[in-house]
Design a protein around this ligand. Structure first.
Ligand code: COA
Length: 499
């Protein structure tokens, strides 16, 4: 511990020198220009990244007259990607709030005015406040739902992960440059916390239990090697599902804002893209049987894993995308370049507390069905609690919308641009079908009705695909769909092809 602290002390001294060097530059430039004679600085909304230009104020943690310190929470804002908590970078007194709740704030414009304390003024002189600071660790100005721990080197994403896992970064040994704490360090620390073996570096998303207010079943000695997740129950489903039973007495006007406003923009843009829709019915009977068996096995071993159909379908999509990479692509705004994406980051349209969002499961090509199930559960839990992050939302390459989870059969999905394909899954339901492999030539004609074969009841699911018709043709979509169908109708084939 002592050795670790002295290493940290060295690093901090190095950092301090670096800041003092930068300060000399800043103090002669824009830094001082923002301080008025009465020591008031506008605290501006920093660049959140991902091209986000505006956010909506969801909650203020301060009011005029409050005294604030660095890293105090200022407000929660919502962007089209996620909810973000903005934390303070100065010590001082709040003099003005620029926005009411639900108003829009623009990146680069003031959120509040702060009258700096004496120390705060010094702080200002010793802290880089340029809003376009491109350093990796910008957590003092903008954080994604966490209050950063000062004096520890870690990116905002790592801090957020630590917060989710209820880990203090001060307890974690960083293995990165200058003892920077990496995601793997936090995950490995978490595993040692619950007695799981450390796996070292991995590119896969975390498969550990994310600590949330949802009830988590503690691991029993016999299940200690198995990450355990309590599935979200439908009782916490989004408020969008609220049913109004009283007839309204008069018309009600509502400003379209937040996620809905973003939806207006993205759906309108997506709808300008010429697309076609292709539908087919898949026989899911074998998969229904397999899932049933697996669920039973998990139950017998007292392991709790939310194993819906989605993890199988997501994995099967990834296997089929290996053969049809054009469907896992992005197209630029002018439609001049197709980028074949290496990662299969499969987005799942999700009915969340804040409305429809499409977080994605990263690197599905590297994940097992169980990994996918765990990650989907995590995203679902985060979505229900309005806690999906920028990282969860960014970088999708292909999307699915499981409308069948609510009950529909067919839907024409709209593209999540710049992606080029999306599928809408219908409800799996028992339907009467002609027997499998029935040779058409042996089927009877109308005048020989008695010789019709008996129908079989099968678990059927309709899938409707929409694709960007500028770069995808119907034949490619149909071949991809056939490939996917072959995996879902013969799930054993997935095992053979899974790496
Ligand atoms: N057919 C039959 N059963 C289905 C089904 C389908 N298409 N989809 C889900 N189910 C079943 C699941 O297997 C699960 O059953 P179980 O309790 O026996 O395991 C149950 O319904 C609940 O599943 P759910 O919690 O919805 O999980 P999921 O992994 O299937 O789906 C989401 C996850 C995120 C896709 C889903 O919760 C959701 O939000 N769907 C709505 C998507 C939407 O709004 N699309 C429209 C976009 S315009």
């Amino acid at each position: 511990m002592f050795a670790r602290n002295s290493c940290r002390a060295l690093v901090y001294r190095k950092l301090l020198n670096e800041l003092l060097k930068r300060n000399r530059y800043l103090s002669t430039n824009q830094n001082l220009a923002v301080v008025t004679a009465s020591n008031i600085v506008p605290f501006k909304l920093a660049d959140i990244g991902e091209g986000i230009k505006e956010v909506e104020i969801k909650e203020w943690y301060v009011k005029v007259g409050d005294h604030v310190k660095q890293f105090d929470k200022i407000c929660d804002v919502q962007s089209d990607k996620a909810n973000v908590t903005i934390t303070c970078r100065y010590d001082g007194q709040v003099m003005k709030l620029y926005h009411q709740i639900n108003e829009t704030a623009n990146v680069g414009e003031p959120l509040i005015d702060i009258q700096l304390t004496q120390d705060g003024t010094q702080q200002l002189h010793h802290t880089p406040i340029v809003q376009d600071d491109t350093s990796e660790d910008r957590s003092s100005s903008t954080s994604t739902g966490f209050t950063p721990t000062p004096q520890v080197l870690a990116t905002p994403a790592v801090r957020r992960l630590a917060k989710d896992l209820q880990i203090s970064l001060n307890d974690v040994q960083g293995t990165g440059k200058d003892y920077r704490i990496l995601k793997e360090d936090v995950l490995n620390f978490d595993k040692t916390k619950v007695g799981l073996p450390s796996t070292g570096t991995t590119t896969a998303p975390p498969t550990t239990t994310i600590q949330t207010p949802m009830p988590i079943i503690p691991p029993s000695p016999s299940t200690v090697k198995q990450p355990i997740v309590q599935p979200p129950t439908r009782t916490v489903v989004s408020p969008t599902a609220t049913v109004q039973t009283q007839p309204a007495k008069e018309d009600r006007h509502e400003t379209i804002k937040g996620i809905k406003k973003i939806m207006v923009k993205t759906m309108t843009q997506a709808n300008t893209i010429p697309h076609f829709t292709y539908c087919d019915d898949y026989d899911m009977t074998e998969l229904v049987k397999l899932r049933k068996k697996l669920k039973k096995l998990y139950q017998q071993e007292k392991k709790t894993l939310k194993l819906s159909y989605m993890p199988f379908i997501i994995k099967a999509c990834s296997l089929a995308l290996m053969e049809y990479p054009i469907l896992n692509a992005h197209v630029d705004a002018k439609c001049e370049t197709i980028t074949y994406k290496a990662a299969h980051n499969i987005g799942v349209a999700m009915d969340t507390r804040d409305g429809l969002l499409v977080p994605n499961i990263k690197n599905v090509q590297l994940l097992s069905i169980q990994d996918i199930a765990l990650e989907l559960t995590r995203l679902q839990q985060q979505g229900y609690q309005g806690k999906l992050t920028n990282e969860d939302m960014q970088g999708g390459t292909f999307s699915l919308s499981n409308i069948g989870a609510i009950g529909g059969t067919y839907a024409v999905p709209i593209l999540v641009i710049p992606e080029v394909a999306i599928g809408a899954l219908g409800k799996i339901s028992l339907k009467p079908c002609a027997p499998e492999n029935l040779d058409d030539s042996s089927s009877s004609s109308d005048d020989d009705e008695d010789s019709y074969p008996d129908v079989e009841f099968r678990h059927m699911m309709s899938i409707s695909w929409s694709a960007d018709h500028r770069v995808i043709d119907g034949a490619t979509m149909a071949r991809f769909s056939n490939k996917l169908k072959s995996y879902l109708e013969n799930p054993m084939m997935m095992m053979i092809n899974t790496k």
